[in-house]
Design a binder for this molecule. Structure first.
Ligand code: GLN
Length: 204
């Protein structure tokens, strides 16, 4: 692959522009993906934050659901943030009755997990595989990961000094070339998560 990978951002709903800017700042060429032909042309893909139930429906309307599942099964590197993490997980708790996920990430995700008290908040989190200290994480009606299966590395958790039941919850994982975070690095100005994903795409 050339030294500048082409990374798509699924552009059906959500904070597409912020991810494109973060990817461009991290050494990738970022393109919007709305059609199967556009999906076929990317080296990696970001599933942005937004509303997972809406993106789930739009994936079908835009006839991207099956092609995207097929590319994930084929090893496409994908980074899912917040709603994108929900879409990437094999199982979702707290979804709507008809909500489905693309799957691929062997994990169970709980949607809108943080509840009213802390449904949007910011935190500095230790993050495995990244140099330079804690990552500044912005959570917006975020999911957490309830459990992980084989081959999934936990990269970040909510610190233990947070109140129960939030303390210790898993908020970032990696399974091979799949990366997922509960939070939104694309709006914090900390580029390290995007840089890490660009590196994963380059190495895949
Ligand atoms: N609560 C949203 C959902 O269920 C996710 C929120 C976000 O992406 N910031 O999809």
């Amino acid at each position: 692959m050339s030294s500048t990978p082409t990374i798509g951002v699924l552009a059906l709903q959500g904070d597409v522009r912020e991810h494109r800017a973060a990817l461009e700042a991290s050494g990738a060429r970022a393109v919007a993906v709305r059609r199967p032909e556009e999906l076929a042309a990317v080296d990696g893909l970001v599933l942005p934050g937004g509303e997972s139930t809406t993106i789930d429906k739009l994936l079908r309307i835009f006839e991207l659901y099956e092609p995207l599942r097929a590319r994930i099964a084929d090893g496409l590197p994908v980074y899912g943030s917040c709603a994108g993490m929900i879409l990437l997980a094999d199982r979702v708790l707290g979804g709507t009755s008809d909500q489905q996920t693309l799957g691929g990430l062997h994990a169970t995700v709980r949607r809108n997990a943080f509840g009213r008290q802390v449904d949007s908040f910011e935190a500095d989190l230790p993050f495995a595989q990244l140099d330079g200290g804690p990552v500044h994480a912005v959570f917006i009606r975020a999911p957490w990961i309830e459990d992980v299966g084989d081959g999934v590395d936990v990269l970040s958790r909510i610190p233990d000094d947070y109140p129960e039941p939030v303390a210790g919850k898993i908020v970032a994982v990696r399974q091979g070339s799949l990366l997922a975070t509960s939070f939104h690095p694309e709006i914090s100005g900390d580029r390290r998560v995007h840089e890490h994903f660009v590196q994963i795409v380059k190495e895949s």
